[in-house]
Design a protein around this ligand. Structure first.
Ligand SMILES: Cc1ncc(COP(=O)(O)O)c(C=O)c1O
Length: 393
């Protein structure tokens, strides 16, 4: 693979032409194939209507295709995948679905996004669960992370809910070791995969993880509104569906007016009802494009290399502190002494460089996302523009 491959990929992504787009961690650029599918599907619905039986079969096919594509990407079975609307949906489904008893403990960390934290807080309020927030530092020290989690687990701990890649520090946590540690202590593990799915290779079966929530709109370059939740096959009975509808049923007839019903024997039981069809079709087109045209191995390798390059370039800037110092995916967080991150992000935007700021305990940090489609030249441009900003004070 070479520049020709990169050029072809970039030509497929409209949004990368006008600006140096370094914010896949918020939302990835949309590929041409997904855009066309979105428009075609909307047009089809407009012209053919949405109520005919063929249209319904078409949706079912798309949803089956989506579960299978998510499953292939993370090495899971399609029956272990529920389609959701986003990462936060998956975090809610698992948090709400466990059979909590007052006094149970839910462990989370100081590196989490609201999408993982808030469901835990609500469960705490509603069911008398104790939520404990573990300090993992920036998550860069593997041994310290494992030691802190080990120390925090008590006999009352039921669930450990944490991100695989921290949205704020960019640290990639050692998932397999964390799962092994938690399971040794009888604790289930729920992972927020918003910044890892599509950024690093994943093998959920090998990791043994119990639950893994994923977005479609970030590293998978899909539209907003589609995500997925992995529920390990033998954990299905532990998570009761909170929201239910016809999609949760084994088949549309599997209920009676006496209140009896049968859930789908798969993670589809966590799905409820109709979905925005053009969005679902576009999500599948993005996943197919990534798998068939981009190539996952190439993408993962490139994301890693570009993130390393970003660290090397940024760390040499006067006053720069890199927060992402150890294992990482495609996020690099940094600060510059004496300069306000929000002001810097605004100035960079005026110069056609898109990145974002992230709130941390004592203020904000800047965060670069290195997508597989980014170029070294864009990173050098970022470094040079920052150098100018620093010089001007
Ligand atoms: C770690 C993490 N979790 C959750 C979310 C929320 O994602 P979603 O919109 O898919 O729920 C984000 C978004 O930035 C994130 O970075």
């Amino acid at each position: 693979m070479n520049d020709e491959h990169l050029n072809r990929i970039r030509a497929d992504l409209g949004a990368v032409a006008a600006v140096a787009y370094l914010n896949t961690g918020t939302a990835g650029p949309f590929p041409q194939a997904a855009q066309q599918t979105l428009l075609d599907e909307a047009q089809h619905n407009f012209e053919q209507g949405r109520g005919d039986i063929l249209g319904f079969e078409r949706v079912i096919q798309t949803l089956d295709g989506l579960r299978a594509a998510f499953a292939r990407l993370v090495n899971a079975d399609a029956d272990e995948i529920a389609l959701t609307h986003h990462t936060t949906d998956g975090m809610n489904i698992v948090c709400w679905g466990l059979n909590w008893q007052p006094g149970d403990e839910l462990l989370t960390t100081m590196l989490e996004h609201e999408g993982g934290l808030l469901p835990a807080y609500v469960v705490a309020q509603r069911f008398g669960v104790d939520v404990r927030v573990v300090d993992l530092g920036l998550g860069n020290d593997r041994a310290a992370v494992l030691a802190a989690l080990d120390e925090a687990i008590t006999p009352r701990t039921r669930l450990l809910s944490l991100s695989h890649v921290s949205w704020s520090s960019g640290a990639l946590l050692p998932l397999d070791e964390i799962v092994a540690l938690a399971h040794r202590r009888g604790v289930l593990v729920l992972v927020d995969g918003a910044q890892s799915v599509g950024a690093v290779p994943l093998d959920l079966h090998a990791s043994g993880v119990d639950f893994y929530a994923m977005p479609g709109q970030k590293w998978l370059c899909g539209p907003e509104g589609i995500g997925a939740l992995y529920v390990r096959w033998d954990r299905l009975s532990l998570v009761k569906p909170t929201f239910v509808g016809v999609f949760s049923l084994r088949d549309p007839e599997s209920y009676t007016l006496n209140g009896d019903f049968l859930y789908a024997p798969s993670a589809r039981r966590y799905e409820t009802s109709s979905i925005f069809r053009p969005g679902a079709a576009a999500m599948l087109a993005s996943l197919n494009w990534l798998e068939e045209t981009v190539g996952w191995e190439w993408a993962f390798d490139r994301i890693q290399r570009l993130a390393n390059r970003a660290r090397d370039l940024l760390r040499k800037l006067p006053g720069a502190t890199i927060l992402t110092t150890a294992d990482h995916a495609g996020l690099v967080a940094f600060t510059i002494d004496g300069l306000d991150p929000t002001t810097i992000a605004g100035t960079l935007r005026e110069r056609n460089i898109v990145l974002r700021t992230i709130p941390v305990a004592n203020g904000y940090v800047l965060r670069v996302s290195t997508g597989f489609y980014n170029t070294e030249e864009e990173l050098v441009l970022l470094r040079d523009t920052l150098a100018e900003i620093i010089k001007q004070g």
